[in-house]
Design a protein. Structure first.
Length: 97
C-alpha cells in the first residue's frame, strides 16, 4: 500500500510527516490524539531538569561537565536518540549569560 509521506533530513536524522491533502478524509480523526502519560513524563522531566540546573548552579565543575554533554547532544541529537528541538533547547540553558 502506498502511503502519502514526506521525508526530510535535518543533518542528523530523518523526519516523516503525512501529506494531509493526499490522505482520504475518513483516515483523519477529528478527535486529537493525546496520551496522559506524555504529560506526566513531561512534568517529571521538567522537574528533573530544574533539579539538575540547581545542582549545576551550586557546583561550577558540574556545570561545565553538563554543559559539554548538552553541546554534544545539540551537535548530533540523532546519535543520542534525541529530538533535535529538545536537544537545542537543553543546550541553550547552558549558553545563557
Amino acid at each position: 500500500m502506498a502511503l502519502p509521506l514526506v521525508a526530510s533530513h535535518d543533518g542528523s536524522g530523518l523526519k516523516f510527516r503525512w501529506q494531509h491533502d493526499l490522505l482520504p478524509k475518513e483516515a483523519l480523526s477529528p478527535v486529537p490524539r493525546w496520551d496522559p502519560r506524555a504529560l506526566a513524563a513531561t512534568g517529571a522531566l521538567e522537574q528533573q531538569t530544574q533539579g539538575l540546573l540547581q545542582h549545576c548552579a551550586q557546583n561550577p565543575d558540574e556545570f561545565v561537565k553538563v554543559a559539554e554533554i548538552a553541546q554534544r547532544f545539540a551537535v548530533d541529537p540523532a546519535a543520542h536518540g534525541l529530538d533535535p528541538a529538545i536537544a537545542r533547547r537543553f543546550a541553550s540553558m547552558f549558553l545563557q549569560e
